[in-house]
Write a protein that binds this ligand. Sequence first.
Ligand SMILES: [Zn+2]
Length: 339
Amino acid sequence: MWQVVGQDRAVSLFQRSLERGTLAHAYLLVGPPHVGKMTLALNLAQAVNCAVAEPPCGECASCQKIALRKHADVQIIGLSSNGNSAEAKPRAEIGIAQIREVQHSSNLPPFEGRSRVFIIDGAEQLSTEAANCLLKTLEEPAGGVIFILLATSDRLLPATVVSRCQQLELPPLATTEVEAALSSRWGVELEKAQLLARLCRGCLGWAVSAAVDDGLLRQRAERIDRLLDVSTADYEERFAYAAELVTRFSQNRGLVWEVLDLWLNWWHDLLLVKTGCSNHIINVDMLATLADWASGYSLVQIRDFITNIQAAKEHLRQNASPRLVLEVLMLSIPRRGSQ
Ligand SMILES: [Zn+2]
């Protein structure tokens, strides 16, 4: 049974190719973080190595080893496999040495299974040299070897590498799908499942992590508290917060994107509450606070600030000065009651 939730299109394509013996040598799975790329890749690795008639069974010795990431023929290559941490080194790369190693082992026969599978997690972090080396391997694939590249966007990879892979998009799941999976598979209680299903924006992996690790919800609560504090703060405090974000941006861009996304969701919720569409909000556990804050702003103020957050994200994406972008954003937070 395929463990991945949703992603019916990709699953049925794999299923058909398995039945017909027409699997590609290389796949590129593209989708937002935590949408299920790794789960699907491990499922495919199980399917090609599973011992039963209708693979992947998820229960045979081979399937279990792969799920535990302990199968000799299924290798996961990524930043962490090299002892690098994305958090410590923002511009860390998957280096040439790692891909040379892959190149070497892809020419060896499988050790305990039927097919060697190489999963390259965060393929957008391949260094140019590493990508070129991988390209050579993809151009002359050894028989029975499957490469699965995982990335958040195909535009972050060299076109030459992309063209060698069969590309599959993994879209975010529907809120109802996430909610149902959380309660049926992970036994999450209804109210929490409803909240997590909204907060994760279709990326089930985040919701599952948050269900087992309270730290993620605590972090969200802290970020919302901070947002509310800064929204009533004077200029000095707003500058201080901008400076704090700038420092974090230089260490780990991902964290600042998360904060800006949270801001965007919050202000979008304010807009929904203001226009009487509360049943569509994301922060369902904060409705009373949202209603209170929404009453302090005019519709135009809320709408304008949402535009400002979106513009800030776009400017950061285009490599504008983070300090300038974040200071301008913080100073443009509308004043409550000044409508
Ligand atoms: Zn199996």
